[in-house]
Write a protein that binds this ligand. Structure first.
Ligand SMILES: [Zn+2]
Length: 680
């Protein structure tokens, strides 16, 4: 999902007129050191230093994080962050056939799901996700969001009609609860590989505004959350039954999909997967062009501008697709698509856009798509699917396997930013299948982090850091923060861009560049991606992988930036010169003014104008909130700067210098020093 500034402003506007309850927010905590000293004195401590500030696990930033998001390791999830020896995951394979009725603006058809129970539990019922029920009157989502908001339903009434529900060929009973449906099983589904088939007929009216995740614009249809999908049953929470209400995205099982879309004969259908019957739906000329596109890095026009306005034809055509090892499928159809394609490393990268209303920016979209697939493959994990498609339409930006929906764009760069963001989602969460509905930071946050690498390469010399931190700062200033661990459905809509996207992007950059080190972190992050590809990682699996692989105990980092809303403020209190028998010392008194520690970087300036850099480990803060750094020097220190590279999340710059401080470095790219390519 995209989150451009426009949407931030819209969200602010809508937040202002919503009557929903404000989510619980935690305000930044600034410690009152005088009070803490009194408390220490009351306990009779003989230690007058502030070391005794740390009294309980909750005060100790270095204490382990232990709650439901970071449970103990077990046979399913190992202590080193990898899937455990008994890791299991359910599987859902789908066969779907639908018809798009453009006269009634309706989709109807059949789905048959083969569900494999790889868990050690026998199951007497299963849960499915009926996302279209968001458009039923009185749905939870329609109560939470104003009708005209981004996630609102605009007064549209729809939802699923489900008939002929069968389990293993026998009529089955179900209970629908908002966007979730529980299906009782006539006989329990056996553990360790038991299979069953769930089949049903389904139909729904296509909303014009599909809460910015699907919808239509005149004759153009963008279909997602369009078939009943299995809920995830996992070793962490059993059935994951949070309903679809708007901000929270999806959590889905992997499997293979065979699906077909029958549409008016003049329509072109683009979708997840590989088109299986090109001879039925494409002209010989189009097929030749596609073959050419598959062999070149140049853009080939499959449907040219002239061909995008064909004469009306009657009848219907069926488009058949197959997608393997994916967690979802989505598609779009229109009678006036232009269609461009090119390729990279055997991956067909495509753009479909209704002409001319898509805007001129879309003429670069096939190249934009190729850029993103190549860049993320080279940096993080090879793109595993045969194609990647971008479609222009009314949806601002939404991601599905091999397929993304992006807004119309006149400006080439306007389309690039969103196309790049949405295709970044092919890595998180399409390849690494985390639970988006509970942890936006593992989806949007990781994606925003990798987007910095792509954007800074696309615009050499640029830096993503200022944008990321500015967005984070505005939610701190407005006191609408919540911790990154907050599920997105409980985040203030006006804060979603910061909490789901930019703050996690910024703290990941800070972790890479100032804590773990670029090469070390890149390797650890790739290892996380590799370990959890096509699996369901939890926050603990990420935290443990990064710690184990990098060799750093980062409890303080997770506590400070993921579990709390506090901000960092470390300052220089004073600097003294001290003469010892064996030479001069500069004593730099540092103070930590909030709960968040951080390894310290200092640049000293000497009386002759030369400078020297000093790094101090984060453990200097284990003993308290004050620390005297005693540094052997040959010349008199006349100035000190904390964070010579200012891309550090220190909230208060006013106490970061002393004396004639040397100048800060100019803000530069935050994704330098990447290790070697990962493309095999
Ligand atoms: Zn996104």
């Amino acid at each position: 999902m995209k989150h451009p500034l426009l949407l931030v402003f819209l969200a602010l506007l809508f937040a202002a007129c919503t009557r929903q309850q404000t989510p619980v927010t935690e305000l930044p905590v600034r410690r009152d050191s005088a009070q803490l000293d009194v408390a220490t004195a009351d306990r009779g401590s003989s230690n007058s230093s502030r070391a005794s500030d740390v009294r309980t696990a909750s005060d100790d930033p270095f204490s382990r994080v232990g709650d439901t998001d970071w449970t103990g390791p077990n046979q399913y999830r190992s202590s080193n962050g990898a899937p455990g020896p008994a890791y299991w995951q359910q599987r859902a394979d789908y066969v779907i056939a639908v018809t798009l009725d453009t006269a009634r603006q309706r989709v109807s058809g059949k789905v048959s799901i083969t569900y494999t129970n790889n868990s050690p539990d026998s199951l007497s019922f299963v849960w499915l996700q009926l996302d279209q029920n968001l458009y039923r009157p009185n749905s939870i989502g329609s109560a939470l969001f104003p009708a005209d908001s981004r996630w609102g339903v605009r007064g549209f009434e729809g939802g699923y009609d489900i008939t002929n529900l069968m389990v293993n060929g026998q009529a089955a009973r179900s209970r629908v609860d908002d966007t979730m449906m529980r299906v009782g099983l006539p006989t329990a589904l056996a553990p360790d590989g038991g299979k069953l088939t769930i089949a049903m007929d389904f139909a729904f009216l296509v909303p014009e505004h599909g809460s910015d995740r699907m919808g239509r614009d005149g004759t153009l249809y963008e279909l997602a959350q369009w078939y009943p999908r299995m809920a995830v049953y996992d070793d962490v929470r059993g059935w994951n039954t949070e309903p679809y209400v708007g901000q929270g995205e999806f959590y889905l099982e992997y499997g293979d999909f065979e699906y077909s879309v029958t549409a008016p004969a003049g329509y072109v259908i683009a979708g997840t997967g590989v088109l299986r019957n090109p001879a039925d739906v494409l002209s010989p000329e189009q097929r030749n062009r596609l073959e050419k596109a598959a062999r070149t890095a140049d853009v080939v026009h499959i449907i040219t501008e002239q061909e995008s306005r064909p004469a009306p034809v009657s009848g219907i055509r069926t488009w058949k697709f197959r997608a393997e090892n994916v967690r979802d499928v989505a598609w779009a159809g229109a009678p006036d698509f232009r269609w461009d394609a090119t390729s990279w490393n055997g991956v067909l990268t495509q753009a479909y856009y209704p002409w001319p209303r898509s805007g001129k920016g879309w003429e670069n979209a096939a190249e934009n798509t190729q850029w993103s697939i190549r860049t993320y493959s080279e940096l993080f994990y090879p793109y595993p699917y045969p194609q990647a498609t971008s479609v222009a339409g009314p949806v601002g930006g939404m991601e599905y396997p091999m397929f993304v929906m992006v807004h119309y764009a006149d400006e080439p760069q306007g389309a690039f930013g969103t196309i790049d963001h949405e295709h970044g989602h092919e890595w998180f969460p399409m390849i690494v299948g985390s639970n988006e509905r509970r942890y936006a930071w593992m989806d949007e946050g990781f994606n925003t982090y990798i987007n910095a690498f792509s954007n800074e390469r696309r615009s050499p010399g640029s830096s993503s850091w200022p944008d990321y931190t500015a967005d984070w700062k505005q939610v701190v200033d407005r006191k609408i923060q919540s911790p990154l661990m907050t599920s997105p459905d409980r985040v203030n809509p006006a804060a979603l861009g910061a909490i789901g996207y930019r703050k996690p992007g910024a703290v990941m950059l800070a972790l890479r560049n100032h804590v773990v080190g670029a090469g070390n972190f890149d390797a650890a992050f790739r290892e996380y991606t590799r370990r959890w590809a096509y699996k369901h990682p939890t926050p603990a699996d990420f935290f443990r992988t990064i710690e184990n692989y990098s060799g750093e105990d980062l409890a303080w980092f997770w506590r400070g930036f993921f579990y709390s809303t506090d901000v960092m403020d470390i300052g220089i209190e004073k600097v003294r010169m001290r003469q010892g028998e064996d030479g001069s010392r500069a004593v730099i008194s540092l103070r930590k003014l909030t709960s968040i520690p951080f390894p310290v970087a200092l640049r000293l300036k000497f009386e002759d104008g030369t400078t020297s850099d000093v790094r101090l480990p984060v453990l200097i803060w284990a003993a308290g909130d004050s620390y005297d750094a005693t540094i052997a020097v040959k010349k008199k220190v006349v100035g000190v700067r904390l964070w010579p590279d200012p891309s550090v999340p220190d909230w208060n710059v006013s106490n970061n210098t002393w004396g004639e401080a040397p100048p800060a470095e100019k803000p530069g790219p935050s994704t330098l020093n990447v290790g070697k390519s990962v493309v095999p």
